[in-house]
Write a protein that binds this ligand. Sequence first.
Ligand SMILES: [Zn+2]
Length: 163
Amino acid sequence: MNSFEIRNAEKKGRGVFSLVHWDTNQVILKFNGKLITKQSMLEMTAEQSALLLQIDSEIYLDLSGDMSLFINHSCNPNTTIKIIAKNAFLISTRAIKPNEELSYDYSVSCTESPEEWKMDCRCGEWNCRKVISGFASLDQKVRELYLKSNIAPNYVKKNLEVK
Ligand SMILES: [Zn+2]
């Protein structure tokens, strides 16, 4: 049985919906894609680079053709991304019911500045940031929460120290 389904997510376009129940802290899926260097990313068109997920300071995963590509951002997400040795996993951060849309905070794994990458957010959550960008662009409070709960990958932490 499939655990997910791509469905219409209204204003957000398409989204990935869970068909099953998840407890907190479960591995929901692995992001699949080809590894791309930052150098190759810079040579891509905006459409192509929109399909990338950052997984290290200068390494990206090309999610084209993978269902994970359709997982939307939320400012109040029910999952997060966890990066272990250049593998990216989606982990539940709270219990998820069948038919709930899966979402994670795109800023968690991203070190780019608003000049390099930003996106309008239509998640509609009470705490919506409206525009999302890299980890450093987060409010101090949100940043501290992600750092404290060990959600931020090491390269993101290192990038903060450099700044
Ligand atoms: Zn939002």
